[in-house]
Design a protein around this ligand. Structure first.
Ligand code: COA
Length: 322
C-alpha cells in the first residue's frame, strides 16, 4: 500500500477586503457584536465577474511559487466547493484546463466545510490503492455569492477564498489515519437554497442563499467534533498532548473555543483563519494551515490535527506530520 505525503500548500483570497464596518452600514449590527459573537474582524469578497475557479487557479499558482513543482504529472484534481461557478463543468475540470494539467483526472467534492478534509481522505485512499501518484486537493469558495445580505444573523459570517495542497505518493507518508462521518438528519439546519451561474459571461442571480439555524449548528459542532476528535486520536494511537497544532474548520471563534474547552485542548495550539478571513467553508482549513506554516509557527515534524465540519451535516478529520 503506497503512502501519501502532503508536500506543498498555497492560498488565494480576492482583493476586496470587507471590514465589519461595512455591515454596520447595511444592516443593524455593530463591530463589537460581530467580534464578540464570532471573532471575525474582516473577510474578503469577490468582485462581479470573479469566480471560485479564479481563486482555485490563483491558489495553485501560489503553491507552485512557494514550493516549485511541475503540474504536468498531476494525475488527479479534487476540488471541494459548495459555490462552483456553475454546476457543470466541474471546478476541477476548469482548473485542469486553465493550468494545462492534461494528464489529470478531475472531480468535485460536495461536503461543505468538511470538504477539504474529505478531499485529503479521498486523495490518501486513491494513492494507497495505487490509482494515482500526484493529487491536487483544493478547497475554494465564493460564499459572498450565496449570502443573504439582509439576514444579519448569517451575512456577517462568510468570506471568499481558496487553499490548495499537493498530496504525493511517497514512502515517507505524513498523513495518518482518517475519520469521516455525517449527521444527515441535520441537513436542514444549514443549506444553500440555490446557486449562481453564468451564461455568455453574464452572471445569473438565482434565488440562492445560505440558510442556517445558527444555534443548532453551533451545538452539533461542539458535541460532535469533541467526541470525534477522541476517536480520531484513538485511531492514530495518539493522545491530545502529542498534537502540536489543531486546525478545525474556522466557522466561528466561539465554536473553536467551546471545542477546546470540551476536549481540554489549548487555544494557543489552534491555527484559525476566521478572524481575518471569516468562515470560508472548504477553504478555511488550508488557509489556516498555510498561514501557520508561513508565519513560522508550524515547524517541520509538527503533528497537526485537521478537522472539518459543517453543512450536511458532515465531518472528516486526519492528522498530518509537517
Ligand atoms: N448583529 C447584531 N445582533 C444580531 C446579529 C448581528 N449581526 N445577528 C443576530 N443578532 C441578534 C439576534 O437577533 C438576537 O437578538 P434578540 O435576542 O433580540 O432576538 C441576538 O443577537 C442573539 O441571537 P442568537 O442567534 O441567539 O445569537 P448567537 O449567540 O447564537 O450567535 C451566531 C449567532 C450565528 C453567531 C451563532 O449561533 C453561530 O455562530 N452559530 C454557528 C453558525 C456557523 O458557524 N455556521 C456555519 C457552520 S459551518
Amino acid at each position: 500500500m503506497a503512502n501519501a505525503r502532503l508536500t506543498a500548500i498555497g492560498m488565494a483570497v480576492p482583493r476586496k477586503k470587507v471590514p465589519n464596518a461595512y455591515f454596520e452600514s447595511i444592516i443593524d449590527t455593530t463591530d463589537e457584536w460581530i467580534v464578540s459573537r464570532t471573532g471575525i474582524k474582516t473577510r474578503y469578497h469577490v468582485e462581479e465577474g470573479e469566480f471560485t475557479s479564479d481563486l482555485c487557479v490563483r491558489a495553485v499558482e501560489d503553491l507552485v511559487e512557494k514550493y516549485p513543482t511541475s503540474l504536468e504529472d498531476v494525475d488527479m484534481i479534487l476540488v471541494s466547493t459548495v459555490t462552483p461557478d456553475q454546476p457543470m463543468p466541474s471546478m476541477a475540470c476548469r482548473v485542469q484546463h486553465r493550468l494545462h494539467m492534461s494528464r489529470a483526472g478531475a472531480l468535485d467534492i460536495y461536503a461543505a466545510c468538511a470538504g477539504f478534509s474529505y478531499g485529503i481522505v479521498v486523495a490518501k485512499g486513491l494513492i494507497a490503492g495505487g490509482l494515482h501518484k500526484k493529487i491536487l486537493v483544493i478547497g475554494a469558495e465564493t460564499l459572498s455569492k450565496v449570502t443573504d445580505f439582509s439576514d444579519r444573523t448569517s451575512c456577517v459570517l462568510f468570506g471568499d477564498g481558496a487553499g490548495a495542497v499537493l498530496i504525493e505518493a511517497d514512502p515517507t507518508g505524513n498523513i495518518g489515519a482518517c475519520i469521516t462521518g455525517a449527521s444527515g438528519e441535520g441537513g436542514s439546519d444549514l443549506y444553500i437554497s440555490g446557486y449562481a451561474s453564468t451564461i455568455d459571461g453574464h452572471e445569473l442571480k438565482m434565488n440562492r442563499c445560505i440558510v442556517q439555524n445558527g444555534r443548532r449548528v453551533f451545538k452539533w459542532a461542539v458535541t460532535t467534533v469533541a467526541a470525534e476528535i477522541k476517536n480520531l486520536l484513538a485511531k492514530n494511537n495518539l493522545t491530545l498532548g502529542e498534537i502540536d497544532w489543531f486546525v478545525p474548520h474556522s466557522a466561528n471563534l466561539r465554536i473553536i473555543e467551546a471545542i477546546c474547552n470540551e476536549t481540554g485542548f489549548s487555544m494557543d495550539k489552534v491555527l484559525e483563519s476566521v478572524v481575518d478571513f471569516g468562515n470560508t467553508s472548504s477553504a478555511s482549513i488550508p488557509i489556516a494551515l498555510y498561514n501557520g506554516i508561513q508565519s513560522g509557527k508550524v515547524k517541520h515534524g509538527d503533528r497537526i490535527m485537521l478537522f472539518g465540519f459543517g453543512g450536511g451535516l458532515a465531518y472528516a478529520g486526519t492528522i498530518i506530520t509537517w
